[in-house]
Design a binder for this molecule. Structure first.
Ligand code: CO
Length: 214
């Protein structure tokens, strides 16, 4: 078996449809990209950034990894944030997790899975930080959902503490960090209420978003 003819054909139809709607779409897109949004989401195939917020090519810059984790030593993620903020001048960074996240679930199970254990360690840290609240949630699915939400809040909080974002705010650049969670079962996004637009808002917004969890 060679190639993937089905996908190549789907791509052709997709491009033809876009061209039919707007014959200058691709030629204009080729000139430059001016996205307003940076999306940091999970790699899960059911949570595709562009589709779920109805954006076209050119409208959202995207970074995805398992369980939408933002680590201060991850130069892949940090480089994406730097390019998006310093060069593209995006106005919004959206950290979007999802309920039923397999990465978050694996992190809560303490099983040894291999290399990914090191990555999931960051989510285990989130779980440990909020253990007092999580342990009081008896229903396993509800507890898992809450950890998915807390993971988004913590990762958005990490975005706010990156040097790139801090410097942008110090310079007075317009930039908001949002924390969202997507539900695969209904296709809808919930805003978790942690929207931060400047250095002085971080502490209070975080406190409100986690409630009495810490
Ligand atoms: Co996931």
């Amino acid at each position: 078996m060679h190639g993937l003819p089905d996908l190549i054909q789907k791509n052709k139809s997709w491009a033809e449809n876009l061209n039919a709607e707007d014959p200058s779409f691709f030629s204009e897109l080729a000139k430059k990209q001016i996205p307003e949004y940076l999306w940091i989401g999970c790699s899960d195939s059911r949570v595709p950034a562009n589709q779920i917020v109805g954006l076209l090519p050119g409208e959202v810059f995207v970074h995805r990894n398992i369980a939408n984790v933002v680590v201060h030593t991850d130069f892949n993620c940090l480089s994406v944030i730097e390019f998006a903020v310093a060069v593209l001048k995006v106005k919004h960074i959206i950290v979007c997790g999802h309920y039923g996240c397999g990465g978050v679930k694996a992190a809560s199970q303490n099983r040894h899975l291999g290399l990914i254990d090191n990555w999931l360690r960051h989510i285990r840290d989130v779980r440990n930080k909020h253990e007092a609240v999580l342990k009081d949630i008896e229903d396993e699915n509800e507890r898992h959902d809450r950890l998915c939400e807390l993971n988004v809040v913590e990762q958005a909080h990490n975005v706010c503490h990156t040097t790139v974002v801090q410097q942008a705010w110090e310079k007075g650049q317009e930039l908001a960090v949002h924390s969202w969670i997507y539900k695969i079962q209904d296709g809808l996004i919930r805003d978790l209420g942690l929207t931060i637009t400047g250095l002085d808002e971080i502490a209070e917004a975080y406190r409100v978003a986690v409630g009495n969890d810490v």
